[in-house]
Write a protein that binds this ligand. Structure first.
Ligand SMILES: C[S@@+](CC[C@H](N)C(=O)[O-])C[C@H]1O[C@@H](n2cnc3c(N)ncnc32)[C@H](O)[C@@H]1O
Length: 352
C-alpha cells in the first residue's frame, strides 16, 4: 500500500467523522433540546431511547459511529494493514531493551477477550500494536484536529500548582500509560521527578521507550505490569495518575486498581484520573451508553453506573473532587454543540 493512498483514505474517513461530530450529532440532539427543560431534566436513558431510538437520523449516526471506526482500523487502507506491511522497519525503531516486568506478570483475561475500540488484536498482541494505536489516537477526539496534544498537556498541567511546575520533586506512577502520551507531558512538567509508567501492552511500552529515548527523557521507567498489582512498595508514591484507563477496566478491576493506588501512595499523596464519567444530561448518557456497544468499549457502560465518590471514600480517600474537564481552550463542556467525550477529572488524596 502506498503511504499516499493510506493518508488520503484516513483523511477522508476523518472528514466523514468531522461531519458526524459537527452535523449529525447536533441534528439528533435537536429533538431532545426542543423539549421543555423541566421535562428534559426528568428524563432517563430509556426515555431518550423512546424519543429518538427509532429515528432514521439516529440509526445513521449509530451506523457511522461503528463503521467509520471499523474502516479506520480494518478497511483496505486501514491502520492495521498499513502498519503490518511495514512491521519490520517499524520495530527497528525500538531501543532493543525490553521493559521491566513484574514478577508473575500475566495479561488479564478481560483484556484479551475484546478488541477494544475495534483495534484488531487490541494494542497488545502485535509488535506494531503501539504504532497502530498511536496513529489512531491522533483522530480519536476529532474536534482537536491533529492537535491531540492539547488534552494530555492540559491534564498534566493540572497536576502541579503553577509555582511548582518544573520544580516539583517526587515519585509518580502513570497507570495504563499506553505509549506515554500522558507520561511525556508529566515528565516535562516535573523533570526532577522519577516516573514509573505502567501498562499491560508490551508493544505500547516499547514505543514509549523509543519516543522517550528520542526526546532524551531519562526520568521515565516503563514497566509491564497490571495497574492492580504494580510491584511498587507500600507508601512510596507521591502522585498516581491515569488517562483513559478506567473505562477500559471491568468494575472489579477498577476497585482493585484504586485499592492498589491507596496502598502505594504515601500519606498525603494524590491520585488523579482522567476518564469519562460526568455527563450533562440523559441525552449524552444515551449516546455514550450506545458508544460503549458500538465501539467495542464494554466496560464504559458499567463505569457510568458506578458510585465513584462513595467507592473512593469507602477505600479511604479524602478531598475527592470530580469535575468536567475542558480538553481544549475553545471547548466548553457544558455548552459544546458538537459530539465530544464526557471528559472528567477525578482527584483524591490519601489522608496524612
Ligand atoms: C485508552 S488507552 C490510554 C493510554 C494512555 N493513558 C493515553 O492517554 O494515551 C488505555 C490503556 O490502558 C491499558 N490497560 C488496560 N487495563 C490495564 C491494566 N489492568 N493495567 C495496566 N494497563 C492497563 C491498555 O493497555 C491501554 O494502553
Amino acid at each position: 500500500m502506498l503511504e499516499r493512498d493510506f493518508v488520503n483514505s484516513q483523511d477522508f474517513i476523518l472528514s466523514l467523522k468531522m461531519e458526524w461530530t459537527q452535523s449529525l450529532y447536533p441534528q439528533i440532539r435537536e429533538k431532545f433540546l426542543a423539549l421543555d427543560k423541566v421535562k428534559r431534566d426528568k428524563m432517563n436513558v430509556d426515555d431518550v431511547d423512546e424519543l429518538i431510538g427509532d429515528e432514521t437520523d439516529y440509526k445513521f449516526f449509530a451506523f457511522c459511529e461503528r463503521h467509520l471506526q471499523k474502516l479506520k482500523y480494518s478497511g483496505a487502507y486501514g491502520l492495521h494493514s498499513f502498519h503490518k506491511e511495514r512491521r519490520n522497519s517499524l520495530v527497528d525503531n525500538f531501543t532493543g531493551d525490553d521493559p521491566e516486568k513484574t514478577e508473575d506478570f500475566q495479561l488479564p483475561e478481560y483484556y484479551q477477550e475484546v478488541d477494544v475500540h475495534q483495534q484488531p488484536g487490541g494494542v497488545w498482541s502485535d509488535p506494531v500494536g503501539g504504532f497502530i494505536y498511536e496513529r489512531g489516537a491522533r483522530t480519536t477526539t476529532p474536534l482537536l484536529g491533529s492537535n491531540h496534544k492539547d488534552l494530555h498537556y492540559r491534564f498534566a498541567e493540572t497536576l502541579f500548582e503553577p509555582n511548582d511546575r518544573k520544580k516539583w520533586v517526587g515519585t509518580i506512577v502513570d497507570l495504563g500509560c499506553g505509549f506515554g502520551k500522558s507520561t511525556r507531558p508529566i515528565a516535562e512538567f516535573a523533570p526532577n521527578s522519577k516516573i514509573i509508567a505502567i501498562d499491560l501492552a508490551e508493544p505500547c511500552l516499547k514505543l514509549g521507550m523509543a519516543e522517550a529515548q528520542k526526546n532524551q527523557t531519562i526520568n521515565i521507567k516503563f514497566k509491564q505490569a497490571d495497574a492492580r498489582s504494580t510491584g511498587c512498595e507500600d507508601k512510596t508514591i507521591d502522585l498516581a495518575t491515569s488517562t483513559m484507563l478506567l473505562h477500559e477496566m471491568p468494575k472489579s478491576a477498577i476497585i482493585e486498581m484504586l485499592k492498589e493506588t491507596f496502598r502505594i501512595l504515601k500519606p498525603g499523596g494524590k491520585a488523579v484520573h482522567l476518564d469519562f464519567w460526568l455527563m450533562r444530561d440523559s441525552f449524552d448518557r444515551f449516546i455514550f451508553e450506545g458508544h460503549s456497544w458500538r465501539n467495542n468499549e464494554p466496560f464504559m457502560r458499567p463505569l457510568f453506573e458506578m458510585d465513584i465518590p462513595k467507592l473512593l471514600s469507602d477505600i479511604g480517600f479524602v478531598d475527592i473532587e470530580i469535575v468536567p474537564f475542558q480538553e481544549a481552550e475553545q471547548i466548553d463542556p457544558a455548552e459544546c454543540p458538537f459530539w465530544r467525550f464526557p471528559w472528567t477529572r477525578i482527584s483524591m488524596y490519601k489522608p496524612n
